[in-house]
Design a protein. Sequence first.
Length: 436
Amino acid sequence: MKKIFLVLMAVSLLAGNLFAGGGKQQSSGGAGVVTLTFWDVNPGPERTPYLEEIIKWYHESQDKIRVKYVGVPQSQSIDKLNVAIAGNAVPDISGTQLVSISGLIAQKALVKLDDTFNAWSESKQFDPGVINVVRNPDPNRGLYMIPDRVSYETMWYRIDRFKDAGLGAPQSWDEFFNAVAKLTNASRGEYGFAIRGGSGSAKQLQTMLITYAGVKTYFDQNGNALFRDPAALEFLTRFAGIYNKYTAAGDVNYDYQAMVAAFDSGAANMIHHNLGSLAEHTKALPAGSFGTVFFPRSVKGYYCSPNPSAGGYSVFEGSKYKNEAIDFLKFLTSEKVISYWDQIIGELPSRLDVLEHDWVKNADYLKNITPVIKSPDTVYVDLPTYLPEYNRILTEIVEPGFQSVLLGRTTPKALLDEWAAAMEQAYKRYQDNIKK
């Protein structure tokens, strides 16, 4: 178990070249212009235009490298990357997520970036805690992604409707479940909560189980997974019980877009998501009508959360232009670009210098969660993203299993037992391979 303390207080701007990759560059491919293929694995109208603007900046900064933008739907990105790897048709550089990077590392598909990062004059501008988290998926602690953001899970809630109902942001799990019930008016199509029951549900369910149960490690000393904890069963039973009573029936199939749409349309008064949905909420809802709150204290009495996830960019071994791809990678993770991008998507920056920018200090949506993030008493749990089977278990076992629980086709205990067994077996195989 590790504790991550993101530096959200004053830091001095460290010296260095702020925009490596921003000056005129020479291509290792010799004369002529090199074209890189860049995959955006989370495209959409709230993001794509801004990434295209960043690419435009890069083109203006040098004349030897062009970047071809390719948007790949998030739900298909892992499958498409695996197909590209098998067919030797990988992009030169791609957005990557911590939850799925271990499988890419296991396939030896990514360039190890330790030497590049250590030699970079701006490396000390990156929060060491974030870099440590990014190393977790590799058993040898290698660096295969340079992060541009840190993603904390949180709850978004309708401040105005809570106030009208005489409620404050939930500080305990009893307050959470009471608010879900009180803020439901099915005759008006308004529900206390929107559950993500479709694509991406497993990660969110796992987070809520950890925050509720207050477990301190994913596996205990005997290799048993946290889902064996009685508090995990207690939570899943309570949580599944709100479905189709204090939530819409359609929640069982809600993916990210549907869940956010429910919140932004006023059909749901609370959702669980990370900070990255800020842009959608800001566009749809009046200023001051919504905000974030950290998950309530666990049933054991302290705040508990999975270690924050991180997003960033990786370069592929199959690229013919690795040096050029690394140059673009440095540009994408420069102070200017990270500040611009993270302010738009609402995530916490991975760079210490950007944490000092006014928009970070003055962001209302961060004020409720930063005291918990900064508290030395908050317990962070390392997720076993280093297991090659981790993402497969979540998508192939947990996601359909959770839908079955919501629909009453299987019991909460049956899902937790299957989930625990799958993770425990994957963990044992991983440990056995290390010993060889």
